[in-house]
Design a protein around this ligand. Sequence first.
Ligand SMILES: [Fe+2]
Ligand SMILES: [Fe+2]
Length: 140
Amino acid sequence: MDYQFDAAAKDELNKTLVWSSEYSVGVTELDHDHMMVFNAINQFKNGIRLKYEIDFVEQLFTMLLEHADAHFRAEEQHMAKIGYAGLEPHKAEHQAMKRELDNLYAKFQAGGAAAVGDLLAFLNSWWLRHITEDDAKYKT
Ligand SMILES: [Fe+2]
Ligand SMILES: [Fe+2]
C-alpha cells in the first residue's frame, strides 16, 4: 500500500507515546489499560510508517479500538464503584472520542494525505489529553 504523507503527518508519525508515572490515575489496572492503548497507537503508527498491507493496518486499528473500548467500560465501572460524581459527562466524553475516531478512520480509508495527518494528530493528542485532563479528575 502506498500511503501518502504530508509534512504534518510525518511529524506525527515520528512521535512515540511513552507512558510515565505522571499519567497514573492511581488504579493499577486502569494504568495498565492506558499503557496498552499507548502501545496500540504506536503499533498502528508503525504499520503506517513501514507501509504494511492495508489489511494488517486495519487489524492494528481494530485492536486499538478494542483496547480503548474495553478500557472505557472498565473505567466507567470503576467510577461507578467509587461513586464518582462526574461519571455521566465522562461517559459522554468517551462516546465523543469513539465517534471522532470512527470519523477520522473513515476519512483515512477514503484516502488522502491530510486524512492520515488528522488521524495521527488526534491519536497522539486525544489519549494524553484525556488521561491528564479528564481521567485525572477521578484520581483519589
Ligand atoms: Fe476516561
Ligand atoms: Fe482512561
